[in-house]
Design a protein around this ligand. Structure first.
Ligand SMILES: Cc1cc2nc3c(=O)[nH]c(=O)nc-3n(C[C@H](O)[C@H](O)[C@H](O)COP(=O)(O)O)c2cc1C
Length: 199
């Protein structure tokens, strides 16, 4: 099986983010063919198209980081039944300048956790809509809405409930398979040189 680099976004800027704990757990549970690294979003200024002619270092770093991975994974809370502003801001940065959309043809997955019973389901639907517009092939199933209970995942990413641990391991296995299927269909980026459509 091929190896893939996965860049993950944590949609929360909070110090004790439960979604960061989830991201660390997913990194631990990912199959060996996935190399996981975080793509940070906390230093980005608020996007404006005034920056399109000269991206600041944080904007450039974001686009470089996405260019250097084969797939992206969104690990995000839901804010007011949508996605957090910081994450939307990062997506706006990465999607521009026009014709240089970093998400085009980049496989993606979504997962999130909340103390609430429907665990980020509504926010994830909004994110699906955004990523569809950004032309990212998105894993439709399995869906993962994790209800966070106290102690479910430690700061080191250890999952304390075996059924949740197995679910998350299976999610990452499925996500690796999805990435493989996308690249089987569209070819790896280096094989597509000269045939790419970025918009
Ligand atoms: C501005 C704001 C809006 C929120 N809206 C929702 C919501 O719509 N649905 C939900 O399940 N939880 C909501 N919450 C609670 C979050 O799920 C909870 O704060 C969680 O810890 C956020 O994830 P994080 O710790 O990774 O930041 C909201 C929290 C904040 C701060």
């Amino acid at each position: 099986m091929a190896n893939y680099r996965v860049g993950y976004f944590v949609g929360s800027l909070a110090r004790n983010s439960i979604n960061r704990k989830l991201a660390i757990a997913l990194t631990r549970l990912a199959p060996a063919e996935l190399t996981m690294r975080e793509i940070p979003i906390g230093d980005l200024p608020l996007y404006s198209y005034d920056y399109d002619t000269a991206y600041p270092p944080a904007g450039k770093a974001l686009k470089d980081a996405i260019a250097n991975v084969d797939a992206v994974l969104f690990v995000t809370p839901e804010y007011n039944r949508s996605i957090p502003g910081a994450l939307k801001n990062a997506i706006d940065w990465a999607s521009r300048p026009w014709s240089m959309n970093s998400f085009a043809r980049k496989p993606s997955g979504i997962i999130g956790t909340s103390p609430g019973k429907i665990g980020t389901a509504v926010g994830q639907q909004h994110l699906r809509s955004i990523l569809a517009f950004c032309n990212s092939p998105l894993m439709n199933a399995i869906e993962a809405y994790i209800q966070f209970t106290p102690g479910l995942i430690t700061d080191d990413g250890e999952v304390t409930q075996s059924s949740t641990e197995e679910f998350l391991r299976n999610y990452m296995r499925e996500y690796a398979g999805f990435i493989g299927r996308v690249y089987t269909a569209i070819g790896l980026p280096e094989q597509r040189a000269g045939h790419d459509f970025l918009a």
